[in-house]
Design a protein around this ligand. Structure first.
Ligand SMILES: CCCCCCCCCC(=O)SCCNC(=O)CCNC(=O)[C@H](O)C(C)(C)COP(=O)(O)OP(=O)(O)OC[C@H]1O[C@@H](n2cnc3c(N)ncnc32)[C@H](O)[C@@H]1OP(=O)(O)O
Length: 396
């Protein structure tokens, strides 16, 4: 891999240049003129190699103590929500590097996060006083979408050791973020790169299969139906001959009692260069709600194990009222699977629409109570959580 000089930048400070605050509204007006720079066909764009988009970025937590406070949590380790923000910005930066045209002073593309496919952690603790290195490159390309693989490592005794691996999917849009826009093709250069590229193709097909089999579209499998019925039988009150009397088994919690909600007013401070709310900010807020649920549910300190299948379905406008609803949906031994659903509320139309769904897997220090669904809808949520949990456990 081509080793670029590490960029010692705080990623989202890119919104500022020459010391002046970025005028988002004016910038969006100016971007309209960039339409003429868009390619009409993907074949008109020069192919790129994986090393062309490879970047290394240092987050100097060890060497610049003044930036630590922003990253610090109360357990004297790094706030994972802040890492999510940095990964989001780095993913976009990698895609801009892949699509960069030397002749163009500015990119006509608006690159947005469409999906966090997965983030798997191999360290429980991220230290707040050791430098962090992020690396990554575009690993697969479709017509307008790009898969980005990123890695995070932390410096200990002179060596960087792995902390997490992440796979994101970014989508290129026109300068006004209205329609899809073509991106440069990617040519694998070695058998190893061909394997990575093929995996990107398989990931796309797997996502389609997962969505097709979604419990929002299809009935559960026979095995899953048995699980739900066993839970139902296990919660029937045997003293009454009734389908209605339900009793909580020992060391269990009804699903309806394992949720928390939050509200976020989306201030301009949290907007990205396209005048919409940062994907990383949304992830941080959802993660922190998920963490709070895991903490209160498990009664001890939870550690994040995996983030998967975060879909960015709709952009969040500046000024939106963002409603976050988090729920424990599956548990096993020390593990807690959490789903956070976010929607924006439009006060004028009094309508809500979903913007994101997040899935987080936490491990608690102690064994946690079993979460038990009561209604059919909760049972589907339970099975969906189990599917996510099983997929995560296969990977780690
Ligand atoms: C300089 C660096 C630092 C600055 C960084 C600034 C930017 C930071 C990044 C952000 O903060 S972005 C904000 C968070 N993300 C969003 O607000 C995105 C919200 N979602 C959307 O706007 C739309 O859902 C989206 C554009 C992602 C997709 O729209 P459509 O569903 O209409 O897409 P379409 O059907 O036209 O498909 C376009 C491509 O996207 C792909 N796609 C769509 N949804 C996907 C998904 N969920 N997963 C994977 N791929 C997806 C789809 O397969 C296709 O790929 P190909 O062209 O390659 O075949």
């Amino acid at each position: 891999m081509n080793m670029h000089k590490p960029l010692k930048v705080k990623l989202h400070l890119i919104c500022y240049f020459q010391g002046k605050p970025f005028d988002h509204v004016q910038a969006m007006q100016e971007r309209k003129a960039l339409h003429t720079l868009l390619a009409k066909r993907q074949e008109d764009l020069p192919p790129r190699k994986m090393k062309d988009s490879y970047l290394e970025v240092i987050l100097p937590l060890g060497s610049q103590p003044e930036i630590r406070e922003k990253y610090l949590n109360v357990h004297n380790s790094v706030r994972f929500g802040r890492i999510l923000e940095d990964l989001d910005s780095l993913g976009v930066l990698i895609c801009y590097t892949h699509t960069k045209q030397e002749m163009q002073p500015r990119s006509p593309l608006s690159i947005v996060t469409a999906l966090v496919d997965k983030i798997n952690l191999c360290q429980k603790i991220i230290h707040p006083d050791c430098d962090i290195k992020f690396t990554g490159n575009v690993s697969w390309v479709g017509k307008t979408s790009m898969e980005v693989k990123m890695h995070m490592l932390q410096l200990h005794d002179g060596d960087y050791s792995p902390v997490l691996d992440a796979t994101f999917v970014m989508v290129a849009r026109d300068p006004e973020n209205k329609r899809p826009a073509f991106v440069n093709p990617l040519i694998p250069e070695s058998p190893e790169e061909e394997e990575i590229f093929k995996q990107g193709e398989l990931n796309k097909l797997k996502r389609i299969d997962f969505n097709t089999a979604s419990l929002l579209k299809m009935a559960p499998t026979a095995e899953e139906r048995n699980i739900v019925h066993d839970i139902f039988l296990n919660t029937l009150d045997t003293r009454t001959v009734s389908f209605q009397s339900r009793k909580l088994p020992p060391n269990a919690v009804w699903m309806e009692d394992a949720k928390l909600k939050g509200l976020q007013i989306c201030h301009p401070e949290e907007r990205n260069i396209f005048n919409r709310i940062f994907g990383g900010f949304l992830m941080r807020k959802a993660f922190e709600l998920g963490w709070a649920i895991a903490c209160s549910y498990g009664g001890s300190r939870p550690f994040i194990v995996s983030v998967d299948d975060i879909m960015f379905q709709k952009p969040v406008e500046v000024g939106s009222l963002l409603l976050l609803s988090g729920q424990v949906c599956y548990t096993e031994n020390n593990y807690i699977q959490i789903r956070v659903h976010t929607e924006v509320y439009n006060a004028n139309t009094r309508e809500n629409h979903t913007t994101n769904v997040f899935h987080f897997t936490f491990v608690s220090e102690n064994e946690v109570p079993q979460v038990v669904p009561k209604t059919y809808g909760e049972s589907m949520l339970y099975l969906d959580g189990k599917r996510h949990f099983t997929a995560v456990m296969k990977e780690i």
